[in-house]
Design a protein around this ligand. Sequence first.
Ligand SMILES: [Zn+2]
Length: 589
Amino acid sequence: MHYKLFNILLLCFIVLNCSKTEKGTPEISQEFLVDSLKATNTSFDEWFSKVDDQISVDDDYYFEKNIYQVVDNVYVAIGYGLANSILIVGDGSNIVIDVTESDVLAAEIRERFEEISDQPIEAIFYTHSHVDHWRGALPFVDENTEVYAHETFKKGFYDQNNLLKPILTKRGMKQFGFFLPKELQRGHGLGFTLDFDFKQPPVVYPTVLLEGKKNILTIAGVTLEVVHSPGETDDQIIIYYKDKEIVFSGDNYYMRFPNLYTIRGTSYRDTYKWYKSVDEMRAYNPTYLVSSHGPFLSNKKDVQDRLTIYRDAIQYVHDYAIRGANKGKTPDELVEEFEYPKFFKENFDLREQYGKVSWSIRNVYNGYLGFFDGKAVNLEPLSTKVRSKNIFKIIGSKDNLLTLINEALENKEFQWAAELCQIGTINFPNDNEIRNLYSLSLEELSKEETNPIARNYYLSEAYEINERIIPDLTFSLTEDQIRQIPIETIFEAMPPRLNPVKANNKFITVGFNMSDTGEKFGIIIRNNIAEIVHYIPENAEIIVTVETSTWKGLIMGITDAKSAITSGKLSVSGNYLKFIQFSTMFEKD
Ligand SMILES: [Zn+2]
């Protein structure tokens, strides 16, 4: 018997048999476990016997890696990667919804899908632009496969994979505990694994970007209602398969408190839109609800009940923050004063095992009112650095500071200990003792934390602070990786990478002729910014004629400029010296 899983189940049974719950630990309904197992046609015994001995995870969301049948022609691969992959067997060909984060996992899933049906895949749907939903696509692509997403996918994809890639990668890996030693990796709330490879598999960009609110498509005899339904992301789609009464929820529903804000960083997740999106799913009154994460549901009443609870929880947080904000409360006060309504504690789906209420409250406030909490003193707050120096003056000496930190640790005031350590590292940047205490404080915080991604974040930073882990965030890029990224996206990603110091007092106008497609672009450097235009600017001092793939390669740092010029794939007319100057002004990630 697998020891850890046995403990988890034992714990579940204990919780099930308790009439009262511990503070902050919502009761797990027995129905949930029974229904989940029913939904996957698995009995407890089977579940026990099939569990992979290799997996050691105390995440009760974990499901045995397998292909589960939803209805006669719909299957879902659960437990392979962070996200699920779904197969719809059609008439003569098949449809796949979401493809996991890894092409290796996707290949494994495809093999299993082929055992069910070896028809070609006619359509792939990406429910949204997060990597765990599109990155593994390649093994699912056949000769005539069309890849569908909503048109808003473009912006989501661009933001994450170009504009904000460095910082989102850095924070994302902490959230998922990606670089932690194996023995410390205990899942991240939505499952066990994030099978991420810094060697980027070829990007399969959507071939069809759907427009508008609703599209009804018939593919391989299967009619699907594809609805743009912003929630977790602005580009999210939900899919309704009317004939089989199935709603595919993407990430707008999973059995966790929703990640209304994610600590890896996100643009505003519109909480209002999210619960409205859940209402759209409720309105279909489906029998089956298949999420892109974790188990699926197969009972009309259960689906309706759970979706109702889910949207109510989101609305509760939304309305709470708005109500308080209107009374002049600050985000800190709103978080401090929040009291959980009873239904939060009673529902399995609202456990804060992925999203967290405190972050969500701040997200709603910030989404509507921005960073400023309305107090004049916070208009131009002291920087952490200045405040730390000032507080240190009051503390008086390093010895006094160390005493305070140790006292805080002894009193189990770990947040305060960490904050004192932060003051310490700012005043004594190279002090190992303070650094180790900082690391220790964060480690203690991680032990208290019940939210898996917060836990991972504390622990990853604890390990990074004293260099027990040194993350290597370098992506290895190939031509394939960027082959299908639109050239506009490549140009649009350039301005934030301009080094404003190098651009100081420079006025340079460059026109680009894409020799293979005839497309034209321009970059104008002035006032320490780069303006991108979709034409050749008048009076361009430099005209670059270049093949699309060569330019992409140059920007992404995988093609060498010299060889591009000597091979004739890139030619420059006009002020060549200025072109050289121009090309050194942009930084690589
Ligand atoms: Zn996801």
